[in-house]
Design a protein around this ligand. Structure first.
Ligand code: 1HE
Length: 270
């Protein structure tokens, strides 16, 4: 990718990288260009990035696959469809299993591929207008960006099957109760909430954040003994990162200091 972004925007403010979908006239539908641009965004993340905030222009987070482009570029060669699907898998997996946590700000439609994208993010903030839908059955297609893998892990295969068969919508409250959203905020307040959460996450050890975003979902798929093995390796790796001793010593020093200060305050009042 060598030209300017057309369908996303990138902004870097200190440790936070902002990835904004900028195709509101098409309800942020994901075309091939958007996948390429997201890939490039991840290629060029500044070294100081400690969290990514994914958000969108307009009233809808994302209307899923660009159906119009898909029909125009339809090819009888099944491999062309496979390549497109694999490109989505590649980019969404880079988001999910990269080195920094991703917080998404959801609003309006989180439809089809929009839910595939959202489910690759680690913390999902829903504004009140958010709704979730998988209308693939109605459109005559199937999910191709990882939804059949990621969404059942959140809400179960049975609910995903039913969502896809009936095309039903879950509103923000329902999505929140099911775990599709982790925070529910009023319309227009999603970005501020994401920024507040980003600051909390940035305050963690970067090595722990890496272990959390890669370890938990990967270990959940492993056979039990492999999971225990992988967990012990991550536990040892994080504990040896240097951050651990420094942070934990500071934590107890601060507690001791505040205990002493409150004791001092007590003796003053005595
Ligand atoms: C689009 C798309 C799209 C809007 N591809 N162009 N996704 C869907 O089935 C969702 C289809 N879209 C909708 O249901 C509605 O557009 C919305 C509920 C999202 C928004 O409604 P509204 O009234 O605000 O907008 P609109 O008038 O329907 O559309 C505005 C424009 O956005 C219009 O373009 P225009 O040039 O005529 O102005 C629409 O064509 C365009 N637009 N959605 C292309 N999806 C890897 S597999 C993943 C499989 C899936 O994602 S399936 C789900 C697909």
């Amino acid at each position: 990718m060598n030209s300017e972004y057309q369908v996303i925007a990138a902004e870097f403010r200190g440790a936070v990288a902002y990835l904004r979908l900028t195709r509101p006239d098409k309800r942020n539908a994901i075309n091939d260009r958007m996948i390429e641009e997201m890939d490039h965004f991840l290629d060029t993340l500044p070294a100081e990035t400690r969290a990514i905030i994914l958000h969108a222009e307009g009233e809808h987070f994302c209307a899923g696959l660009d159906l119009v482009e898909r029909i125009q570029n339809r090819s009888p060669d099944p491999l062309s469809g496979i390549k497109r699907s694999r490109a989505w898998h590649h980019v969404f997996t880079r988001l999910e299993h990269g080195t920094v946590p991703v917080i998404s700000v959801l609003k309006g439609g989180v439809i089809g591929g929009g839910l595939e994208l959202a489910s690759a993010t680690h913390v999902r903030v829903c504004e009140g207008s958010t709704y979730f839908q998988l209308p693939e059955g109605q459109r005559g297609i199937f999910v191709g960006g990882g939804a059949s893998v990621r969404v059942p892990r959140i809400i179960g295969a049975g609910r995903v099957t039913e969502m896809m068969l009936t095309g039903r919508r879950f509103d923000a409250q329902e999505g929140y109760a099911m775990g599709l959203g982790h925070y529910l905020v009023a319309d227009g307040e999603g970005l501020a909430k994401a920024e507040e959460l980003a600051q909390a996450i940035i305050g963690n050890s970067a090595v722990s954040n890496f272990a959390i975003i890669n370890g938990v979902s990967t270990i959940a798929e492993m056979p039990t003994d492999s999971g225990y093995f992988a967990e012990s390796v991550l536990a040892t790796m994080t504990a040896r990162s240097g951050d651990f001793a420094e942070r934990t010593t500071k934590f107890f020093d601060n507690r001791r200091r505040s205990r002493e200060e409150s004791g001092h305050a007590d003796s003053k009042t005595d």
